[in-house]
Design a protein around this ligand. Sequence first.
Ligand SMILES: Nc1ncnc2c1ncn2[C@@H]1O[C@H](COP(=O)(O)OP(=O)(O)OP(=O)(O)O)[C@@H](O)[C@H]1O
Length: 351
Amino acid sequence: MLPHGLPLQPEPIITARELSKVYPVAIKDPGIIGTLRHFFRRTYRYIPAVQSMSFQIQPGEVVGFLGPNGAGKTTTLKMLTGLIHPSGGTLQVVGHTPYRRDPAFLQQITLVMGQKQQLLWDLPAMDSLRINAAVYEIPEKDFQERVGELTQLLSLEGKLTQPMRKLSLGERMKAELLAALLHRPKILFLDEPTLGLDVNAQASVRQFLRDYNRRYGATILLTSHYMADITALCERVLVINTGQLIYDGGLEELLERFAPYREVKLELAQACPLAQLQTYGEVQAARDPMLTEGCEVRLWVERQTLTQTVARLLAELPVLDLTVTDLPIEEVIGRVFQGGILTPTDSPQDR
Ligand SMILES: Nc1ncnc2c1ncn2[C@@H]1O[C@H](COP(=O)(O)OP(=O)(O)OP(=O)(O)O)[C@@H](O)[C@H]1O
């Protein structure tokens, strides 16, 4: 505790300052002349994948990385884990500079990529786990204990002795997680950990990650295109667009600030002209092909005027049924990406 009674703020486990990555890509003109020219004198185009990104993460946090395709999420994870060298800025992860790849650093982190496997396809997972145990110098007793515990947490009983190719996609992903956690890392970097899994398998991976975070206080940084992963696991999100950090803060706050609408679903006794519907709110005609001849309408109405608008709808239109719901989270995030609603400094920390 500090002298004035405030709890001591722990040291951040990750600190990125002005982090950048530019990929040089060689340009080759088509044809034999282009090939020859390319051979003797290369010209490059530079892709700014990550631009001047600064953030800190505290031990035990679960943080979601959100962004559309090509935003720079994987590039950031690769820099955080030391797989690639930043082009600019500084980075400290558990007190280390990642790209030096010190063994003491590697002992404390793990990276799981949903589209890449580390366990060998034709071998039972247990054989690969033994190799990992040797690499990380895990004593036999600890190995047995950890495999037992993780097997139970992941419901993988009886699966580790079968060749990987005989396991389901979900079981393979869980075995990958088990292998990635055998050395008890303090930070988990997860790139699309539920990619391609069915809803049940996704839910069980999520549940596992939540339990693991609580049990060991592990810090988790994850990217996912499934919003359910983010809402179930992350209180805080970093939103990246075209390599820039455009939001750093609470997920709830992001939704509150950038979804100032609610969806009003109407069933009308008879069709109503579009022009009139537009006086009540934003008509989601694209989502309702029946709009022109049918009687079902979806409107996005500003929260502030919701009560008056609903009263007007009921008074002025032949309403059979009316429901009000929050916008689906995917819609909100999609709007944040598309609309440039945020600017690079528009995050709660800056206000
Ligand atoms: N090795 C590379 N060489 C050149 N450009 C690259 C390389 N890797 C990524 N890029 C480019 O950098 C940008 C960021 O890519 P990155 O893979 O980090 O995005 P992402 O947010 O993870 O996307 P996704 O959600 O599709 O996985 C993209 O424009 C991509 O084409």
